[in-house]
Design a protein around this ligand. Structure first.
Ligand code: PGA
Length: 227
């Protein structure tokens, strides 16, 4: 294990990007380069249509990488057009990003819906990763992994400071329990990742734009080798 005795999650949120071919190219480049450290939890979250192929490539390559989804249905299997229920995802996704601010803004997602999604995820043994926009955002019961992502920092090249992210994480832990693992998200790059990893209340990063680039994602994972 590297010099840190806590889990560090490095999670790629590809959003609505990458064809299956592009996704497989990324996995073939990134998979062999991820440091094999027990406390490094690397996850890639492609679009649903690429999830099965990505999962297969990870399994065949035996890479220290998990596949995740960017959402899941608040309902089970049945008459819910367009939704991806946990029963059909659980063989493919180890985790699900839930309540991302882009979903709250563009798809009207509410705390009530996110609570239902967390319940579904837990039922299917998928780790729910709930995105909170501030220390005021509700963390549903049973959720032990969250990402603090201030809206103004997402995709802007203007990240929150590691110190402020740490302070917010501390408040969230006081509110919801010390066993909560809290990631930071918003303009994370290979350059600034290390400063977040070193914060005492931060357990990794949720990465959008920089994660699309295989080299950049490898660079972020490799920070863990040097500490
Ligand atoms: P960003 O996105 O890294 O492009 O800022 C992060 C996110 O939205 O999860």
């Amino acid at each position: 294990m590297a010099g840190l005795d806590k889990n560090i999650w490095v999670i790629a949120n590809w959003k609505s990007n990458k064809t299956i071919a592009e996704a497989l190219d990324w996995v073939s480049k990134v998979g062999p380069e991820i440091p094999k450290l027990t406390n490094l939890k690397a996850v890639v979250c492609p679009v649903f249509s690429a999830l099965s192929e990505v999962k297969k490539a990870i399994t065949v390559g035996n890479f220290p990488l998990m596949a995740g989804s960017q959402d899941l249905s608040p309902f089970g299997v049945g008459a819910y057009t367009g939704e991806e229920p946990v029963e059909l995802l659980s063989g493919l996704a180890s985790m699900a990003i839930l309540g991302h601010s882009e979903r709250r803004q563009n798809f009207g997602e509410t705390d009530e819906m996110i609570i239902k999604k967390v319940d579904q995820a837990l039922k299917g043994n998928i780790i729910p990763l709930v995105c909170v926009q501030s220390e005021k955002t509700l963390v549903p019961q049973g959720c032990k992994l969250i990402a603090y992502e201030p809206i103004w920092a997402i995709g802007t090249g203007n990240p929150d400071t590691p110190e402020n992210a740490n302070k917010t994480a501390k408040v969230l832990k006081e509110k919801y329990g010390q066993d909560l693992e809290i990631l930071y998200g918003g303009s994370v790059t290979g350059e600034n990742a290390k400063a977040f990893i070193f914060q005492s209340n931060i357990n990794g990063m949720l990465i959008g734009r920089a994660s699309l680039d295989a080299e950049e994602f490898i660079k972020i994972c490799k920070v863990m080798e040097r500490i």
